[in-house]
Design a protein around this ligand. Structure first.
Ligand SMILES: Cc1cc2nc3c(=O)[nH]c(=O)nc-3n(C[C@H](O)[C@H](O)[C@H](O)COP(=O)(O)OP(=O)(O)OC[C@H]3O[C@@H](n4cnc5c(N)ncnc54)[C@H](O)[C@@H]3O)c2cc1C
Length: 317
């Protein structure tokens, strides 16, 4: 596809201003970052920031959030399940832990539950590993280099990157656990890029003050997914995988506590009842790719937010 007129105009600006940037670089000067005000001005043109592209969620745990209209319509839609067609008096499967979603988070949760003696079922929408995790390529951040970095700096970078709106407890868990997760993945066989002497290679990620992004060439997510998926499959006695079986409703017990899920088998078109002592939602974020005819900056979604599942979660069958 040829460049559009707008893009050609932007290319000219970049070309015109390049010598000044090169000169600065030669003098060892950093190019000044845009001020918050300048950034706000530019971001206004992004579909995610256009107020009429968003509306408020009226129901469920995410009530009050303003998100893309298309997502709101989806969340406001009635359940696809006809309660008369579902028999909750007997379960098709019973397990200790039901993990919904077979990406990186779901696989890790299943492995951890198994390590702690639980029998696990992973129910996933498509094949095991058909997930955003497989597509991530940039890298995975962890403060593993104690000579220059620490979870303290990682915490500051992550909080700053989130404009200090992040949940501090979650960020603390993230930054303190991250180095252990890198070691765990390596132990399971993940092959991160390394120097000849065996040290892990790291690079800068967006907004990081230290080089702490670990990578496996440009296939980091695929390498992580390969590793955890293999490990899950190594424990088929304890971890059962149900593929092409999205959860379409959560099931509550008589105390209103989540006690399983209703799965829809995409191949046989049957509904299956899974009863579990604990349920882990690891369905990833909502990609929103190409919603509103634009590839949004938030193409990653928010890891593990379970937004799609969230609405119907409170609706007993
Ligand atoms: C192109 C791309 C590049 C990225 N690069 C990076 C990067 O460099 N570094 C980084 O840190 N992050 C990156 N990310 C983000 C990162 O990949 C995700 O945040 C992370 O992989 C999410 O993991 P997850 O297990 O929570 O979700 P996912 O990997 O998305 O897994 C969720 C799983 O749940 C399944 N599922 C969904 N709904 C249901 C349901 N109702 N029932 C059953 N199963 C369901 C899905 O099919 C999927 O298998 C990138 C993402 C993309 C798309």
């Amino acid at each position: 596809m040829p460049y559009t007129a707008e893009l050609k105009k932007l290319i000219k600006i970049v070309e015109k201003t390049r010598p000044a940037r090169v000169e600065r670089k030669k003098r060892g000067e950093e190019f000044p970052p845009m001020s918050l005000k300048e950034r706000e001005e530019i971001l206004k043109y992004h579909p995610d920031f256009k107020e009429d592209g968003r509306s408020e969620i009226k129901l469920g745990p995410n009530k009050g959030y303003r998100i893309a209209n298309e997502m709101v319509s989806l969340l406001h839609a009635p359940s696809r399940v006809d309660p008369d067609r579902v028999d909750l008096s007997s379960a098709d499967y019973e397990t200790d832990v039901l993990v919904i979603g077979g990406g990186g988070a779901g696989s890790a949760a299943a492995l951890l539950a198994r390590e702690n003696g639980a029998k696990v079922i992973i129910a996933t929408k498509l094949r095991m590993g058909d997930a955003n995790t497989m597509m991530a390529e940039g890298g995975i951040q962890a403060a593993t280099k104690s000579e220059k970095d620490s979870p303290y700096y990682h915490y500051l970078d992550a909080m700053g990157g989130g404009h200090f709106k992040n949940d501090p407890d979650l960020v603390e868990t993230l930054v303190t656990e991250a180095p252990k997760i890198i070691a765990w993945l390596e132990k399971l066989g993940a092959m991160f890029s390394k120097f000849e002497d065996g040290r892990l290679r790291t690079m800068h990620g967006g907004g990081t003050s230290r080089k702490r992004m670990h990578y496996a060439g440009d296939i980091t997510g695929a390498e992580i997914m390969r590793t955890v998926r293999d490990e899950v499959k190594n424990h088929s006695t304890d971890i059962k995988i149900l593929e092409f079986s999205p959860a379409v409703e959560l099931i509550l017990n008589d105390k209103g506590v989540c006690a399983g899920a209703l799965l829809y088998n995409l191949e046989t078109e049957e509904y299956l009842v899974v009863k579990a002592k604990a349920v882990v939602l690891a369905t990833g974020g909502s990609g929103r790719l190409h919603i509103q005819n634009f590839m949004t900056a938030n193409h990653y979604g928010a890891t593990g937010d379970g937004l799609i599942m969230g609405y119907h979660a409170g609706v007993p069958l």
